[in-house]
Design a protein around this ligand. Structure first.
Ligand code: G4P
Length: 534
């Protein structure tokens, strides 16, 4: 486990003020609305409509096509940087569709914290739970926002209990709601001893703040009817007895999540949450790498690619590699070493996703997300350094759970299909296997929706209609081991062998029995369901 905050040296101020995070939620809980409000408070108001366009666009397949047309928008929304108070926030978008994909997992390797948004009436939903589990694998600090308190919501204690029980994490209230639904007045800010009052008349209005001197402050009665005030005092007292107090170290260790209540659409509770992210959220953290960990304060620049997006502009076939800066102070024009190929790369036109536009990045610090346009040299998992042979670890590639054969609608165009599929494989959108015997491709994905999305994109971006058909195989495993043993294995199983887009050997099968048999007959050969990208 990474050591967060304990015994860490003070970071240079430009790095210390950065907060790099993602939002995790179940569809419809309010992620898009919350993002819009973040940007509103972050001074990037013109962006708000664009995020909305994306939020709506991703819901169905036909809308997905529209999103593809508006790809510029979806891409700039993949990483957004904005200032709030003295902080620089880098918000990395997790893919929207509900099919869990490894893209999501990799996005979460690029952030230092996650904001979990839940709907006050629905509590912890399936997708929240899945994404939470991924965060837990990395002990990511999590801050929780309970949204839609302006509607009928569950009882506050019940919501907190559900999070504690379903997700096995301690919860501490950072604020406490006063009433709910039609009677929702606002929140008592437990961490700062303030009353925040929601203005129902104006959705974009910042809440009125009343500074207090404890829960018994007589000013409370000027704003809250007696019965509700009595209830608030009783509930907060009970909460203080029953729930752990806020503890920053526990938050940073990923064992405690503070929860804020609010209503994103009414801009309520959002500033308090942002303030919490700034004040208590983690600074850029050390990055696991081989042969040594990278610390953000190191003077030399390092970064790693966690996402590749291709065909942002179909006319140019350019790609943007999204790079999380792991250390140092990057300046435009720097020459970095592309560790995988050992080649130098001049980074002359990097992009920061500030406010509404892609802007040329003159500089970037550890914690920032930078886009590097390239022609395919940069792949997911690649590390960039000032010369040292470091490789960032822990960016996995999972064996696909669904396999299908892919054929070009027009056999004359099979070559183009090769190119298209390779590109999607490099983007991490699918696994593409070339069988050792016979022709054609086998494409593997994690969620069924991805086949449809791929077919649409191949047609849209390459003008190439394709067919996906059932494959005789259902599982894929990467093959490793001593060269002579793997050779023997490959020769004995030609009909089951393929190569992936990195030219690594893959064993395709439909039976667990086959996999067990390999373990018996070829003890030196290892079959694995994940491989680390490097
Ligand atoms: P998502 O990105 O997590 O999928 O959620 P999104 O922000 O798109 O919000 C889902 C729906 O919930 C939207 O309604 C949005 O307006 C609504 N919503 C978000 N925050 C709040 C809130 O604090 N209170 C209430 N009452 N509703 C909220 P929609 O009808 O799907 O879209 P729209 O017609 O409002 O755009």
């Amino acid at each position: 486990m990474l050591d967060r905050a304990h015994n860490r040296p003070a970071l240079p101020p430009e790095i210390a003020r950065r907060r790099t995070f993602a939002i995790i939620s179940h569809p419809d809980a309010g992620k898009t609305t919350l993002t819009e409000k973040f940007l509103l408070y972050g001074g990037a108001i013109q962006m708000a409509g664009q995020v909305r366009a994306k939020g709506e666009a991703r819901r169905t397949r036909s809308d997905f096509m529209q999103m593809e047309k508006d790809r510029g928008i979806s891409v700039s929304a993949s990483a957004m940087s904005f200032d709030f108070e003295t902080f620089r926030f880098n918000l990395v978008d997790t893919p929207g569709h509900s099919d869990f994909s490894e893209d999501t997992y990799r996005t979460l390797t690029a952030v230092d914290a996650a904001i979990m948004v839940i709907d006050g009436a629905k509590g912890v939903e399936s997708q929240t739970q899945k994404l939470f589990e991924v965060c837990r694998l990395r002990d990511l600090p999590i801050l929780t926002f309970c949204n839609k308190m302006d509607r009928e919501a569950r009882d506050t204690f019940e919501i907190i209990d559900e999070i504690q029980e379903n997700l096995a994490i301690d919860v501490t209230p950072a604020s406490w709601p006063i009433g709910q639904g039609r009677d929702f007045l606002g929140c008592y800010d437990i961490l700062r001893d303030r009353l925040e009052l929601m203005d129902r008349a104006d959705r974009n209005k910042v809440a009125e703040t009343v500074r207090l001197d404890g829960l018994d402050d007589p000013k409370m009665a000027d704003h809250i009817p007696p019965a509700m005030l009595a209830q608030l005092r009783e509930e907060v007292e009970m909460a203080r007895e029953l729930m752990p107090a806020f503890d920053r170290q526990a938050l940073l260790d990923g064992t405690l999540t503070p929860i804020w209540f609010g209503s994103a659409i009414n801009s309520f509770g959002v500033r308090e949450l942002m303030d919490g992210i700034g004040r208590y959220g983690p600074e850029p953290q050390p990055q696991k790498a081989e042969p040594r960990q990278i610390a953000p304060e190191e003077e030399k620049v390092t970064g790693f690619v966690f996402k590749v997006q291709a065909n942002m502009d179909p006319k140019h076939r350019d790609r943007v590699a999204f790079v999380r800066m792991a250390s140092g102070h990057f300046k435009r024009g720097m020459k970095l070493t592309h560790v995988r190929s050992k080649k130098p790369m001049a980074i002359s036109n990097p992009v920061l996703f500030l406010a509404s536009d892609r802007e040329l990045a003159e500089e970037a610090w550890a914690g920032d997300i930078m886009g590097i346009p390239n022609h395919g040299q940069l792949r997911i998992g690649d590390t960039l350094t000032e010369g040292e042979a470091l490789r960032v670890a822990g960016i996995p590639s999972f064996a696909p759970e669904l396999l299908q054969n892919c054929r070009a609608g027009d056999p004359m165009k099979a070559k183009h299909l090769d190119k298209a599929l390779m590109q999607f494989a490099e983007e991490g959108a699918a696994k593409v296997f070339r069988p050792m015997l016979g022709s054609g491709f086998i494409v593997g994905v994690v969620g069924a929706l991805q086949f449809e999305v791929l077919a649409s994109r191949i047609e849209l971006e390459y003008g190439l209609p394709v067919r996906f058909e059932p494959s005789q195989f259902t599982s894929a495993r990467w093959v490793s081991g001593p060269a002579d043993a793997t050779d023997r294995f490959v020769q004995a199983n030609k009909g089951h062998i393929a190569r992936d887009n990195d030219d690594d050997i893959v064993y395709l099968t439909r039976l667990q029995w086959d996999i067990d048999r390999v373990a018996r007959d070829h003890p030196d050969v290892r079959l694995t369901a994940t491989k680390e990208m490097m």
